[in-house]
Each structure stands twice: as C-alpha cells, then as structure tokens.
Design a binder for this molecule. Structure first.
Ligand code: NAP
Length: 306
C-alpha cells in the first residue's frame, strides 16, 4: 500500500491549485476526482471576475488550463472518488471508491458543493427532461422557447442572462421581492427585455407529459396559485457542501460547510479544506484558488514539522 505526503480530494479550482503547489514543491501527491477535472466552475459560461482575463474566459477553458498547469508539474490525477477520510495514529487514511485504503500524512478536501434541489413534486421526474441545474450545459436546447430560472443569487441572475441568448422569454422566479445578486448583475437583468420577474413566489409543482410543460407557483404573501407554461426550468437556489467524508466529527457550520482556521486546517489533524466545501464569506474561483494555495503550503509545513 503506497503512502503519500498529500492526497487531494476534488479537482475544481481549489484542488487543482493545491495540486500545482504541491507537485511543484515535489510532495508525493495524488489528486482524486470522481468526474472530469474542473468542478462546478467548468460549467460557467463566462468568468468575468477572475483576474488576468480582462475579456473574461469560459469556465471550461479556465479549468482546462489549471489542469494542464498542474499536470505540467507532474501532478498525478486519478479518476476515482474519495469515499471516506479518517485518522489512524499519525496518518490519515483515505478510502477510495474501489475499496482501496491509502495512508497519507495530510489530506486536502476540495470536494466543493453541489446544487440544492427544490424538493417539489415533479422535480425528480423531469430532471433531464426540462429540469436542469446547468444553463451552460442545457441552455442551447431552448432556442426560441420559454424557460424559467428559480433563485435570486448571483448564479440565478447570471444564468438567466445567459439563457436570454437562446430562449425567447426567461422568467426569474424569486421568493422575495429583492434580489440577492450583486448590483452589477442585477442592473443587467433589469435592463434585459427578455427577462420577466415573478417576485415573491415559490415553485410548488412541476408538471408535463413526455417533457416539462409548466410549473405551479405560489405567491408567498397572498398564497395565490398560478400556472406558468414553460419548456425548461433552471434551478439555482444555492448549494450544499460535499462534506460527508469523515469518519470522526469534523467541525462544520449550521449549513454543513467545513470550518477551518486561516491556514485551511480543519478540526482533524492533518486534514485541510479548500474552496466551496469550506465555510467562508465569499464563494468565488478567485477565493478557491487562494484557499488551495494556502492549504497546500500549510500541508507542506505540517509534514515538515512532522
Ligand atoms: P446563493 O447566493 O445562496 O443564492 C441562493 C438564492 O436562492 C437566494 O436568492 C435564495 O433566496 C434562493 N433560495 C434558497 N433556497 C430556496 C428555496 N428553497 N426556494 C426558492 N428559492 C430559494 O447561491 P448562488 O447564487 O448559487 O451563489 C453561491 C455563491 O457563489 C455566492 O456566494 C455567490 O456570490 C457566488 N457566485 C458568484 C458568481 C460571480 O461572482 N459571478 C457567480 C455565481 C455564484 P433568498 O435571497 O431569499 O435567500
């Protein structure tokens, strides 16, 4: 059984940056990723606020570049998911999906977060047949059609704007009468004639035949029920962290995000967390990259102090 200095779980911006730093520092390191490298960031159409790209860059291209850079420094990336992390004596033990157990001096958890579901009737049934969590992936299917986006944060607003490239009409259904998204994005949305707001409403049911045909909405104040005829529904109501990997208790916040100190150390010795899985103020590619660099450096120091 091979022992590592560092095992990184997850190949989003945080994991890949940690990989660049660790491989460049010549640590014995492996990165495990259950899917293709890139994480959620790779599904973003245009990244406008990552420094160094004044014209913006597509999420998939940015992530492909990060993966290329990590591999250039010799990072070994394995296509398997990490199932369990525990502490055994002086080492961490990482169990992967193939049942293998890998001892490592340190671990960086960069497993990110995934989209929250609405949890209403019809959602599971129409997933992939009208219900989507990725406008970049599925938006082009709705050329000339009517779609709705649920949510009021940066993701909902950004993706509603993206969908106006294809759809003839984009409804933005939000449970309050004020958006949470940053002002710049809000202004763009208000100026876009294809976007119509459905304020103070929640989706209570999703219906259709072979594919999605309509959603039922409820006004949260008046409880008035309405039906909206649409071809696609894009759900952007926040994320839940992929933080269920630990055998022993790890400190998490109320929403399940892993709590770290400023050096990305978690409450389990030798285990660090970086990126969207971590409890923090700002969830951005730029902050994930910073987390990844700090976590890799802190892991290196932890090993040196042995
Ligand atoms: P978010 O900021 O948590 O927003 C989630 C939205 O969904 C909120 O408007 C919330 O309503 C609504 N919501 C939550 N649960 C709901 C439910 N059950 N039913 C209906 N609506 C519900 O999530 P996000 O937009 O995915 O963003 C996550 C993080 O990534 C944020 O920190 C964001 O700034 C960042 N991000 C940044 C960019 C960018 O800078 N370009 C792009 C995307 C994401 P309330 O407002 O009423 O709570």
């Amino acid at each position: 059984m091979k022992g590592y200095d560092l095992i990184i779980a997850g190949a989003g911006p945080a994991g890949l940056t940690a990989g660049v730093y660790a491989a460049r520092a010549k640590l014995e390191v492996v990165l495990c990723e259950k899917m293709l490298p890139g994480g959620q960031a790779a599904t973003t159409d245009l990244v406008e606020n990552y420094p160094g790209f004044p014209k913006g860059i597509s999420g998939s291209e940015l992530m492909a570049r990060m993966a290329e850079q990590a591999e250039k420094f010799g990072l070994n990336v394995e296509s398997k998911s990490v199932e369990n992390i525990s502490r055994q004596g002086d080492l961490c033990l990482v169990k992967t999906e193939d049942g293998e157990e890998h001892p490592s001096k340190t671990v960086i958890v960069a497993t990110g977060a995934e989209p929250k579901n609405l949890g209403v009737p019809g959602e599971a049934e129409f997933k992939g047949r009208g219900v989507s969590y990725c406008a970049t992936c599925d938006g082009p299917l709705y050329q000339g059609k009517k779609v709705a986006v649920v949510g009021g944060g940066d993701s909902a607003v950004e993706e509603a704007l993206f969908l106006t490239r294809f759809a003839e009409k984009v409804y933005l259904i939000h449970r309050r009468d004020k958006l949470r998204a940053t002002q710049l994005l809000q202004n763009r949305t208000f100026e876009n004639k294809k976007i119509e707001f459905v304020w103070g409403s929640v989706v209570t049911e999703i219906g259709g035949g072979k594919s999605l045909e309509s959603v039922v909405t409820e006004d949260v104040k008046t409880e008035k029920i309405s039906e909206l005829g649409i071809d696609g529904l894009f759900v952007y109501i926040g994320t839940i962290p992929n933080s269920d990997l630990f055998e022993e208790d790890i400190k998490r916040d109320k929403r399940g995000f892993v709590i770290t100190d400023q050096d990305m150390a978690t409450s389990i010795e030798g285990v660090f967390a970086a990126g969207d899985v971590r409890s923090k103020l700002l969830y951005q590619i730029a902050t994930a990259v910073g987390d990844g660099a700090t976590a890799a450096f802190a892991a290196e120091k932890f090993i040196e102090q042995g």
